[in-house]
Design a protein around this ligand. Structure first.
Ligand code: PMP
Ligand code: GLN
Length: 380
């Protein structure tokens, strides 16, 4: 049959999870926690279903949840967001990213993507008939070279996509990055899509530079997040997009004919969590920092070299002391022969650096899972 996405196969996350299951490997590949969601969240979901929130939610999201998200934006970032005209609840961040791109990007236009980039960006751009223009991050630090971004701008550039904390590297934008970004976009018609799904998973006292903190960016941006990361429930697929009224209106045109609305009971459960346990957000960094520190300490006993992790729940490791295989082959060998599944970095790039020998390990896991992985990694 004709294909609109000739270069797309099965995502690396599915491929590696299947390989892990097939070979009984410890799965540190696909990013998802292996520990339970907060009991309170389960109780609230149960309550929402019993109270009868089982029919279509409003297309834009349950009012209680939009109100709660607005209160969270104010509490976390000092941003005043109108729940009615600026917040749309979506089926995960993935749907929000897809909608935002399709709402504003026309055929023949260009979208700037910073490589390595999460894998759902480019196919959505291609389906919109547009072209992804890839600008590499610094290969050592994953910092943005703003001059290179500026050089990639053309009269066809419609959208710039950013992601901090960053998947796969964990790198975070600084306040200087935000100022550079604002200067770059000032006076242009370029819109911004900010993927902030790891917004609360930040370490060592760093501050997450949400676009919501920066009014001159916010006025042209879709800010996307996901409850999957914040409440350890990636399978629930509830997220949201915050954008100014005119952009939200366009976004909703796509959302209403894409899914119309998102799983209603969960919307009530998240609203209750945000309202009653706001401290959850602030505690998440410390929760994951303990996992990161313990895992990194253990990795020092292996021949894998851990790179710095400012945020997110992924640890990049340099495996060049262990193997000279390209990353695809290395993770396959690691999964099948050594019993630990990881994610290669090359699928995150248009042009992966040829000599790069990095793999991504997810540390959103129980201690027992990480211990089992480390025991196997010690034998490399
Ligand atoms: N963006 C990034 C950077 C991600 O890592 C993920 C999921 N792991 C998503 C978006 C998608 O989030 P969701 O599962 O809520 O669709
Ligand atoms: N975002 C997850 C990761 O980076 C994967 C989500 C998925 O499998 N689609 O591992």
């Amino acid at each position: 049959p004709p294909t609109k996405l000739p270069r797309v196969g099965t995502t690396i996350f599915t491929v590696m999870s299947q390989m892990a299951a097939e070979h009984g490997a410890v799965n540190l590949g696909q990013g998802f926690p292996d520990f339970p969601v907060p009991q309170r969240l389960v109780d609230e979901l149960d309550r929402a279903m019993r109270e009868g929130h089982n029919q279509y939610a409003p297309m834009t999201g349950a009012p209680v949840l939009r109100q709660a998200i607005a209160s969270k934006a104010l509490r976390c970032y000092g941003a005043t967001v109108d729940p009615d005209s600026e917040i749309t609840v979506t089926s995960g961040a993935t749907e929000a990213i897809f909608n935002a791109i399709h709402a504003v990007v026309r055929p023949g236009e260009e979208v700037i993507v910073l490589d390595p980039a999460y894998d759902c960006y480019e196919p959505a751009i291609e389906l919109a008939g547009a072209r992804a223009v890839h600008v590499p991050l610094d290969p050592a630090t994953f910092a943005v070279d703003w001059d290179r971004v500026r050089a990639a701008v053309t009269p066809r550039t419609r959208l710039l996509m950013i992601n901090s904390p960053h998947n796969p590297s964990g790198a975070m934008f600084s306040a200087d990055d935000m100022r550079e970004l604002a200067a770059l976009l000032d006076g242009t018609g370029i819109l911004l899509l900010s993927d902030e799904v790891y917004e609360h998973i930040v370490f060592d006292g760093r501050r997450h530079e949400s676009v919501l903190r920066w009014p001159q960016l916010r006025e042209r941006a879709f800010v996307v997040s996901s409850f999957g990361k914040t409440y350890h429930c990636t399978g629930w697929k509830v997220g949201y997009a915050i954008a100014p009224p005119a952009l939200s209106a366009e976004f909703r045109k796509v959302h209403q004919y894409n899914v119309f609305c998102t799983f209603a009971p969960a919307q009530h459960a998240f609203a209750a969590m945000i309202r009653d346990e706001p401290e959850h957000d602030e505690e998440l960094g410390a929760f994951y920092q303990a996992k990161r520190d313990r895992f990194r300490e253990q990795l020092l006993g292996t021949r894998l070299k851990p790179l710095p992790v400012p945020g997110g729940y992924f640890q990049l490791v340099d495996y060049s002391e262990v193997s000279d295989l390209p990353d695809h082959e290395f993770v396959k060998w690691l999964t099948i022969e050594k019993g630990v599944a990881a994610i290669p970095l090359s699928p995150f790039y248009e042009n992966p650096p040829a000599a790069q020998r990095l793999a991504r390990l997810c540390f959103a896991k129980n201690e027992a899972t990480l211990d089992a992985a480390i025991e196997r990694l010690m034998a490399l």
